[in-house]
Design a protein around this ligand. Structure first.
Ligand SMILES: [Zn+2]
Length: 483
């Protein structure tokens, strides 16, 4: 039996034939007449049909799929005017480090990590990489996130990470001693990499920075050489926090796999472009990182928008809404100028590197500090990538296909048959205006709708009443109270 539903996509009706909805893993859904931005960086496919069976995309057709050819009991959702794109993937975020306005290793609880994963999910970020400072609760939750049991974004991570004594990452972030190694010799570093490897992380993280020359030392190149070498010997890749071009060059020369931030002190030069491209290393610009320090002070009116409000726990809302906090940020002209310069340099560099064919991934460092706001930051990053000169579909490509490739995940990141149905459905056409990505209609993970974005789009009561119940056996996630 096939059920046809007219175009009332706003409510995302999900009807299912009685009796088969329980078999959710093999259920089929057809997204009828949608615009598809497939993640490959090309122009969208218009008036396409996307068929999902179980957790995977079964077919993507430019012509309407004949209803007779659909699997039995397929739910059909007609979605004219909507765009389907792969769920966003962050290659650089942090889970369990922030809560409200607090930043502390003691926030690494299962409940807090789940809260953050739900927040990413609500914003269409369906895979999150927690790039360092991870503790046991991360590993405890990871298998459930992988399987889809959490009904949230998936999670990958980089164990604790390697920093420098009395330097970056600063203990003033509230870090516990167990969250970061600070090896002083290559031998110590190698032993700690081997210890890390026993926990089977997805990546290794190192910090090579002196926080604008405010810290006494940067990681000794002999130490990071040893970490990279030992990681590779253990089948692990290394992502490096960087700021300066000289460090980026040295790390790439020493075979680092991923630069987890953009170069922000100066313009990249042809020598660096040639080196990073030749070695196939990845570059994650994190444009929104420096901007997050001041942009909320500059835009108090954003606090009126549900799209930001939903991401703010009460204490963080109170901070952003406090005129004294805003003045303090905006009146610190020296810091503000440095942050804006970092953003401008970062934007120029990512455009040059993307155009040169360098592997550009996607990340924001969301969750590292309270102002790097999970989910919201990723949408800001897409906007900044287009301001840097990437086209909207190129920006989306970095956040989908490329971000998955960086993680060596070939099961997601593009909309194609056989890939996981991790999807973001939005109103409008993000290929023309990237901010359409903010008009979230629904978010799908492994073929199941995990968010209907009701926080962002309060709907009239009359329309709600016609929305009908959720399909039997497929409970819809409840709206979260404001965090
Ligand atoms: Zn980070």
């Amino acid at each position: 039996m096939h059920i046809r539903i007219p175009a009332l996509f706003a409510a995302m009706l999900l009807l299912a034939s009685t009796g088969v909805a329980q078999a959710a893993h093999s259920k089929s859904t057809l997204l009828r007449d949608v615009r598809v931005i497939d993640g490959n960086g090309g122009q969208p496919l218009e008036h396409a049909d996307v068929l999902i069976t179980g957790s995977r995309i079964k077919a993507v057709e430019s012509q309407p799929i004949d209803a007779k050819k659909l699997p039995p009991n397929t739910t059909i959702i007609t979605a004219d005017g909507k765009t389907v794109l792969p769920g966003l993937i962050s290659d650089h975020s942090h889970l369990g480090l922030t809560k409200g306005t607090s930043q502390s290793g003691s926030n690494a609880t299962r409940a807090n990590i789940l809260r953050q994963l739900r927040q990413y999910t609500a914003y269409g970020v369906t895979t999150v990489t927690s790039l360092g400072l991870n503790l046991k609760p991360f590993y405890d939750l990871q298998p459930q996130a992988h399987s889809g049991a959490t009904r949230t974004a998936d999670m990958f991570g980089a164990d604790r990470g390697f920093g420098t004594v009395n330097s970056v990452p600063p203990a003033s972030m509230g870090l516990l001693d167990t969250q970061v190694y600070r090896p002083q010799t290559p031998e110590e570093a190698r032993a700690e990499v081997r210890e890390t490897a026993q926990r089977h992380p997805d990546l290794i993280k190192i910090w090579v920075d002196d926080a604008h020359h405010t810290m006494p030392a940067k990681m000794n190149p002999e130490v990071y050489k040893a970490i990279i070498d030992e990681a590779h010997a253990n089948g692990l890749r290394v992502a490096a926090h960087v700021f300066y071009l000289d460090d980026a060059k040295s790390l790439v020369g020493d075979s680092v796999d991923i630069l987890a931030h953009g170069v922000r002190d100066t313009a990249v030069d042809p020598e660096f472009v040639k080196s990073i491209k030749g070695r196939g290393a990845w570059y994650v610009p994190t444009l929104s990182l420096d901007e997050s320090a001041y942009v909320f002070a500059e835009h108090p009116e954003w606090l009126q928008q549900p799209f930001l409000r939903h991401a703010l726990q009460p204490s963080l809302f109170a901070q952003l809404n406090n005129p004294a906090w805003r003045s303090k940020v905006l009146n610190d002209s020296k810091t503000l100028a440095a942050q804006k310069q970092a953003v401008a340099t970062n934007m120029k560099n990512v455009k040059a590197l993307f155009d040169a064919g360098v592997n550009v991934g996607f990340g924001t460092d969301s969750g590292a500090t309270p102002l790097r706001i999970a989910g919201f930051a990723e949408h800001r990053e897409l906007k900044l990538l287009t301001e840097a000169g990437l086209t909207p579909v190129q920006a989306i490509q970095t956040a989908t296909k490329n971000a998955a490739a960086l993680l060596h995940l070939d099961d997601r990141g593009v909309i194609a048959p056989g890939k996981l149905a991790d999807l973001l459905v939005v109103d409008g056409d993000p290929s023309k205006d990237i901010t359409a990505v903010d008009n979230i209609e629904s978010v799908w993970r492994r073929g199941r709708k995990v968010s209907d974005a009701k926080w962002f789009k309060p709907r009239p009561a009359a329309q709600k009443a016609t929305a009908g119940p959720a399909a039997p056996g497929r409970p819809q996630p409840q709206p979260q109270p404001p965090n």
